[in-house]
Design a protein around this ligand. Structure first.
Ligand SMILES: *Cc1c(COP(=O)(O)O)cnc(C)c1O
Length: 472
């Protein structure tokens, strides 16, 4: 027989509950305003159930209300940004925060958060210092440049550079380099925002030295090269090598700037990765200023780094925009720690988290997918098949878009031709305490294990110890 449903009169009052022993703990942790707010919402919901005739006795005693309240409070106060398993196959995934930071950087950030630091204070002279000095000498050492400055990201670096060197004047760029990076960063738009006038030269596939030379006039302030980043032109193509462009600029007394995008500090081919021009080589080839990201191939925090000629860097630093775009102490702490690792390149693939993932050999990843296949198969059940297969990862963040890294992982498919439920499996994996993010392609869910650090493997497997269907 069904228990008789309760009425609104059986619901305890807000005031009495707030004074009851059952809520002491919640009040101590979350405070009076927050508990009152959540409790009010909960009681209103109970009243609705009562009106609908389905309020049960077990919902209205103090302990039951307190338990429901605790659950809601916990959900409301869960960290907004949580660690996830990035099994998307894109290593430097912008939507997932790009580069993971190495432990040395994590420690440096924690230290900088806990206590006052010499951010803009020269400990030798006792005078006011410059925050760029935290990393400038390291950047010069690692790139061969004369000077360096740091802003919030590479988009900010390009904006600051153009606004300083070419306001109301012309900046010459090849049509083959007028790229959109994503997230609304388009070279022509940034030019406009910076107050510089874009002069396009050449064609999409071919630009010659004479195209640049012919575009130079008394209004020209700057020649610029932009790394194509997320696309590649092949076939009948020509672009002007930086050395040649620098020679033209020098002859006319103009500076050349290069937006390198990812900007690697070392030759990545050593670790089996595709070739990417280093910042040092770009400086050596005659760039007067080079901009690049801190959180792409560099493997550091979000930052925009500008290195180059001392007189030009000085001008950038005097622009009021620099103050608006400056980085905080946490970014500088992390960046300094990451740059320090580059002083011992032979240990870089072990110490730099991003490079460790990018350089993982496919056979190690294959062994990992063989280890994890049974656990995932058990978790998804017989309605799906899980196979361990080779696949290809992308570096991400517009770095080397054409080059894929041989990888391995698990593919989940419905066991029968008309089987469904894959979307459900994907969403249940996404709802796990540490969400697992893969890719739904061709009626299959692809989980690339390149970014599953072996240290996290046990944590990943332990989330699969119960069937996934019926969860969430
Ligand atoms: C990625 C990229 C940017 C933008 O850098 P953020 O650090 O994301 O702001 C600008 N230019 C190029 C060529 C890029 O590849």
């Amino acid at each position: 027989m069904l228990a008789p449903s309760r009425t609104a009169a059986d619901i305890p009052s807000l005031d009495r509950l707030l004074r009851s022993d059952a809520l002491v703990q919640a009040l101590r942790v979350y405070g009076r305003d927050e508990v009152t707010h959540v409790l009010r919402v909960h009681l209103a919901r109970l009243r609705e159930s009562a009106l609908a005739g389905d309020l049960e006795a077990k919902q209205v005693d103090d302990e039951a209300v307190a338990a429901a309240l605790a659950q809601e409070l916990e959900a409301r106060h869960r960290p907004r940004m949580r660690p996830v398993f990035n099994l998307t196959g894109t290593v430097l995934h912008t939507n997932l925060g790009r580069s993971p930071l190495p432990e040395a950087a994590v420690d440096a950030v924690v230290r900088a958060m806990r206590a006052p630091v010499n951010l803009e204070f020269d400990l030798e002279t006792g005078r006011r210092g410059d925050r760029d000095d935290v990393v400038a000498d390291l950047l010069c050492e690692l790139t061969g440049a004369e000077a360096a400055t740091v802003v919030n990201n590479n988009a900010a670096a390009v904006l600051l550079l153009l606004n300083t060197l070419a306001p109301k004047r012309e900046c010459v760029v090849s049509r083959g380099e007028l790229v959109e990076i994503g997230g609304a960063f388009r070279i022509p738009d940034v030019m406009r925002s910076a107050g510089a006038k874009l002069v396009e030269v050449g064609t999409t596939n071919r630009t010659h030295a004479a195209d640049y030379a012919d575009a130079i006039n008394t209004r020209t302030a700057l020649l610029m090269k932009v790394h194509a980043s997320n696309y590649a032109i092949s076939g009948f193509t020509h672009s002007v090598p930086l050395e040649e462009l620098a020679a033209i600029a020098r002859e006319r007394g103009l500076p050349v700037a290069v937006d390198l995008g990812s900007g690697s500090l070392v030759d990545l081919q050593k670790w089996g990765l595709p070739n990417e021009p280093t910042v040092r080589a770009t400086v050596a080839a005659g760039a007067d200023l080079v901009t690049f990201s801190g959180d792409k191939l560099l493997g550091g925090p979000q930052a925009g780094i500008i290195v180059g000629r001392k007189d030009l860097i000085r001008r950038l630093k005097r622009n009021p925009l620099k103050r608006a775009l400056r980085v905080d102490k946490l970014t500088l702490a992390a960046l300094a720690a990451v740059l320090d690792l580059y002083r011992a390149p032979e240990f870089l693939d072990a110490r730099l988290a991003a490079l460790r993932l990018l350089s993982r050999p496919a056979d190690a990843i294959a062994a990992q997918s063989a280890r994890l296949q049974p656990a995932l198969q058990r978790a998804v059940g017989a309605a799906f098949t899980v196979t361990a297969v080779s696949m290809a990862s992308q570096i991400g963040s517009g770095a080397l878009p054409v080059d894929l890294l041989p990888s391995h992982g698990l593919v989940v498919r419905p066991a029968t031709a008309k089987g469904g439920g894959l979307v459900r499996i994907e969403s249940v994996l996404r709802a796990l305490p540490r969400p697992v993010l893969g890719r739904l392609v061709d009626k299959a869910l692809w989980l690339d294990l390149r970014c599953l650090d072996e240290a996290d493997e046990a944590a990943f497997a332990s989330q699969l110890d119960k069937p996934l269907r019926g969860r969430g």
